[in-house]
Ligand binder design. Structure first.
Ligand SMILES: Nc1ncnc2c1ncn2[C@@H]1O[C@H](COP(=O)(O)OP(=O)(O)OP(=O)(O)O)[C@@H](O)[C@H]1O
Ligand SMILES: [Mg+2]
Length: 251
């Protein structure tokens, strides 16, 4: 995988990434800024097409399948700058998650997809159940379901975007820096949501720069450096590795 920079020079970003993500586990992908972590997510989820190599999901080759189709085939994603879609209410955002998880066609799926009233009610109940499970009975979000997404702070939108991935349909979740921009008091909530994902049988691959968080939640850690997975193994083992400590953590 290579890109061309502003000076029209081509540089290799991902040279030979070989990563098996274990089903039902939480794997962290760590590495310095600009090493290609988000690009790897773009490749897996179909947003980046200009690469060589194979993306295999549940035994099927996912190479060069468009993003909206990949999303319907069971891979969900929290984007690095991902927030709720403004112009839609919290409830509409929650329901959207199980329709079109890329957000590429949010309005068309809301307006044109024919749904029965009963199916709609099931989804609404599911959305409320998720909010109760995460934020407790009588939490404030239950009274804000009809508020526009813009009524929520950045941090709240991050957490609610994560929570809506529990609406279903996915088997693999790609989370790009779930704790970024979120107040430390919410870190436990994010951990809880990610653990809920695994309890539901999902596989989680997450990018994080918060190493305390990675140590707490990730079973396995992959260290991306110089275009390859330079170290892979149990999280503590990877983060305590001398080379990882020197080259990434600066210790
Ligand atoms: N479409 C593109 N064209 C040219 N360069 C790109 C393109 N997309 C990404 N890059 C470059 O590739 C490098 C890797 O970007 P990427 O977003 O994958 O990094 P990252 O590991 O996610 O970093 P961070 O931890 O800061 O989010 C960066 O230098 C970025 O500028
Ligand atoms: Mg990134």
């Amino acid at each position: 995988m290579s890109f061309t920079n502003a000076q029209k020079e081509t540089f290799d970003l991902l040279r030979g990434v070989n990563l098996d993500v274990e089903k039902g586990k939480i794997t962290a992908l760590v590495g310095g800024n600009g090493t290609g972590k988000t690009t790897l997510f773009n490749i897996i989820s179909g947003f980046e097409k200009d690469y060589t190599g194979d993306v295999v999901f549940e035994g099927n080759n996912f190479n060069h399948i468009p993003a909206h189709r990949i999303s319907l085939m069971g891979i969900g994603r929290l984007f690095q700058d991902g927030q709720l879609l403004s112009g839609l209410t919290l409830m509409e955002n929650m329901k959207l998650a199980s329709d079109d998880k890329t957000g590429e066609m949010p309005f068309s799926s809301l307006l044109w997809r024919k749904r029965s009233k009963a199916a709609e009610a099931v989804k609404e109940q599911q959305a409320k159940d998720i909010l109760v499970r995460i934020f407790g009975e009588g939490n404030k979000y239950l009274n804000m379901l009809n508020q526009d997404a813009s009524a929520f702070s950045y941090g709240e939108q991050r957490i609610l975007s994560l929570a809506r991935l529990l609406m279903g349909g996915d088997r693999l979740l790609l989370l790009d820096e779930p704790t970024s921009g979120v107040n430390p008091v919410y870190i436990d909530t994010i951990e809880q949501i990610i653990r809920e994902m695994v309890v539901e049988g999902l596989t989680v691959l997450l990018i994080e720069h918060n190493m305390h968080f990675v140590r707490r939640v990730a079973d396995i850690c992959a260290y991306l450096d110089d275009g390859i997975i330079a170290k892979l193994g149990p999280t503590a083992e990877v983060l305590d590795d001398k080379n990882v400590r020197n080259s990434y953590l600066g210790l």
